[in-house]
Write a new protein. Structure first.
Length: 221
C-alpha cells in the first residue's frame, strides 16, 4: 500500500508498556499522526528505525539494550531524515547535552501536556527544535556559565548571532522576524548564511552545533 505522505509516521521507544500505550492512544486521535511501531529496547529501536524509516522516533532516555544517547546517534547518523524526540523524567544537564550532541531534535519531560507533545511533534517535523521550559532554563544556565569566546564566532555577524539565539529558543522564522522587526525572507537569508558558515544543512543542526560550542544562550527576554 502506498505511503500516506501527509501523515507523520512515529516510532515509540519506551521501557514501560503502559506509557507507550498511553502515548499511542493520544497520538492516534490526531488525523495527521500515525504510530507505525513500538519497542522497549534501544537496540531494537535502531533496528526498527532502519526497517520502518519513521519520520520521528519518540524515545525514553533510560532504555535497555542500548542507551538512548548511542541509539539516537546511530539513528541520526544512518537516517538523517528521521528526527528523535526524547521524552523523559530526567533533567540532568550532562545527559541533556549528550543527547543533543547525539542529534536529538527535541527534549520533553513526561509531565508535558498531551497537546504540547502533539504540537512538539509537528514543530519537529517542520524542522524546528523543541524543548520543555525547564530544560531550556537548565541549558540557559549552562550557557551563561560558559561565556562566548568572541574569536570563535567572529565569522558570524551580530544579526546572525541574534537569529541563531532565537532559533535555539525554539522560535520559528515568523516569530523571529516579528521579534527582530525583519521580513521573514530576511530571517531565512540569515539562516542560510549561518548554515553555510557552520557547514550544516538545517536549523536543528545549527542549534546543536551552537549549543555544543557554547555560542548561544536560551535566555528569556
Amino acid at each position: 500500500m502506498e505511503r500516506d505522505r501527509d501523515r507523520i509516521r512515529i516510532l515509540l521507544a519506551d521501557g514501560q508498556h503502559l506509557v507507550r500505550q498511553g502515548i499511542r492512544q493520544l497520538l492516534e486521535r490526531e488525523a495527521d499522526l500515525e504510530v507505525i511501531g513500538e519497542t522497549d529496547d534501544g537496540l531494537e529501536a535502531v533496528r526498527l528505525a532502519r526497517e520502518l524509516k519513521p519520520d520521528i522516533v519518540i524515545m525514553e532516555a533510560s532504555m535497555t539494550g542500548l542507551d538512548s544517547v548511542e541509539a539516537t546517534r546511530r539513528i541520526r547518523t544512518e537516517l538523517p531524515d528521521t528526527a528523535v524526540i526524547i521524552l523523559t523524567n530526567s533533567e540532568d544537564e550532562e545527559y541533556i547535552v549528550g543527547l543533543l550532541g547525539a542529534g536529538a531534535t527535541g527534549y520533553l519531560l513526561k509531565n508535558t501536556r498531551g497537546d504540547e507533545l502533539v504540537q512538539g511533534i509537528r514543530f519537529v517535523r517542520a524542522g524546528e527544535f523543541v524543548s520543555h521550559p525547564l530544560v531550556a532554563q537548565k541549558l540557559t544556565k549552562r550557557a551563561t556559565r560558559r561565556p562566548i569566546a568572541v574569536n570563535s564566532v567572529e565569522h558570524l555577524t551580530n544579526r546572525e548571532l541574534e537569529v541563531l539565539k532565537l532559533a535555539a529558543r525554539g522560535m520559528g522564522n515568523r516569530d523571529i522576524a516579528g521579534y527582530l522587526g525583519l521580513a521573514e525572507r530576511t530571517v531565512k537569508g540569515h539562516l542560510m548564511s549561518i548554515f553555510n558558515k557552520l557547514g550544516v544543512g538545517s536549523r536543528t543542526e545549527a542549534v546543536h552545533e551552537a549549543l555544543k560550542r557554547g555560542w548561544v544562550s536560551l535566555e528569556d527576554e
